[in-house]
Design a protein around this ligand. Structure first.
Ligand SMILES: Nc1ncnc2c1ncn2[C@@H]1O[C@H](COP(=O)(O)OP(=O)(O)OP(=O)(O)O)[C@@H](O)[C@H]1O
Ligand SMILES: [Mg+2]
Length: 367
């Protein structure tokens, strides 16, 4: 007998600050099913405010709450439009899992901050909201990130072959699914964040579509070596990072010693992302047979080509080969995290985040 649907909505606004991704997931069957998806771009002024809040600035407490309200309004709009597209109403949704917008990630100091007024989102949507997923893991001594490996295991852990799932958002993170069922994972470093900054500065565009601009440049070997000397890359996991480390000043610091053509810097930044991902995979998952890409970086053909060059024995594909569109994996994960919290099931992997133990993640704002 078919079960009535059990819908959860996952909302993701990642470090790229490109937009809100919303995924509608039905958990009624043996396996969850991505039923619908919707994406809403971040309006320019809100994007600028959030960019400013990434680093210390005057009156940031007040400004962060105003930005949180604006985000909640945008999240509510994304939910409303997703529901219209899917032909559903709020009463049919069990809960929204809302990641929020990270503006600080300092697990070593015991905190991580994701903006987005969840009370306001519950009020606007009339749907239970589950948010603040990372804080409990941090409180338990973990990095609070990445949280997606448990989800990757649940959804992609059935292939029977050792593989890696690589999410290339603003920051890149990998999940290693070993043949014996063990799961590890960590943030490898910059995904698109530096490439996006440079593209905006020199081309006035938000990203380098397909990596086409980068593909025209020449790799600057000295610059690459200097950037690879960043201590983060040599740290052993558990580890996580964000715009707190990889920001415009970090890039500027490396560029100050020599003059480079902008296109060559872009080529080098593309290689930096590919190299740090490939090095992490070679070091921690040499047995992997395939690497499945997801996140916006999965559309960067030049990055894919470079990854294949650095990882000649592994097949580079996207999660589409596993049945999930690479653009929706992260939002899907937050629907899954909400479902876990709603059922009081732990969702962190202590082996990934370094937390003292498994924890139920998230806080609930009832409708
Ligand atoms: N066609 C494309 N070609 C190259 N890069 C792309 C393309 N489409 C998107 N991207 C890159 O992907 C980024 C958005 O990716 P995504 O939404 O996965 O990241 P995110 O919002 O930072 O999420 P998270 O940090 O949670 O992984 C864009 O900023 C851009 O750099
Ligand atoms: Mg995004």
């Amino acid at each position: 007998m078919t079960q009535p649907p059990k819908y959860y909505i996952g909302l993701m606004t990642g470090t790229s600050l490109d937009g809100v991704d919303a995924a509608l997931v039905d958990f009624s069957g043996d396996k969850p099913h991505l039923a619908a998806s919707f994406s809403l771009p971040l309006p320019g002024p809100l994007r600028a405010q959030l960019m400013q809040l990434q680093s210390p600035s005057p009156d940031e407490l007040h400004l962060s709450h105003l930005a949180g309200n604006a985000l909640a309004d945008l999240y509510a709009e994304a939910v409303a439009r997703l529901l219209v597209d899917a032909g559903l109403n709020a009463g049919q949704i069990c809960a929204i899992g809302n990641h929020g917008q990270t503006v600080r990630h300092r697990p070593e100091l015991g905190y991580t901050v994701q903006l987005g007024n969840n009370a306001r989102l519950a009020e606007l949507t009339g749907i239970n909201v589950i948010g603040d997923f990372r804080s409990r893991d941090v409180a338990a001594g973990g990095q609070g990130a990445p949280l997606v490996p448990a989800f990757h295991q649940a959804i992609f852990g059935h292939t029977g072959e050792p593989c890696v799932v690589a999410n290339i958002g603003g920051i890149a993170n990998i999940t290693i699914l070993a043949a014996d069922g063990t799961v590890t994972g960590f943030d490898t470093g910059p995904g698109n964040v530096l490439m996006d900054l440079w593209t905006l500065q020199h081309k006035g565009e938000h990203f380098d579509a397909g990596g086409a601009w980068a593909a025209q440049g020449n790799l600057q070997a000295d610059l690459l070596q200097a950037m690879l000397s960043e201590p983060y890359f040599a740290l052993l996991p558990p580890k996580s990072t964000g715009r707190d480390l990889f920001h415009g000043e970090w890039l500027q610091k490396h560029l100050s010693s020599a003059r480079h053509e902008p296109v060559d810097v872009q080529a080098t930044l593309n290689t930096l992302t590919a190299r740090t991902l490939a090095d992490a995979i070679r070091q921690h998952a040499p047995q992997a047979k395939a690497v499945y890409l997801c996140g916006g970086g999965a559309h960067n053909a030049h990055l894919q080509t470079q990854l294949q060059q650095w990882l000649p024995t592994q097949q580079i594909k996207t999660t589409a080969a596993l049945g999930v569109d690479p653009d929706w994996v992260e939002a899907y994960a937050f629907a899954w995290l909400a479902w876990r919290c709603d059922h009081r099931q732990p969702a962190n992997l202590p082996g990934v985040t370094g937390a003292h133990g498994a924890r139920i993640l998230g806080a609930i704002w009832p409708a």
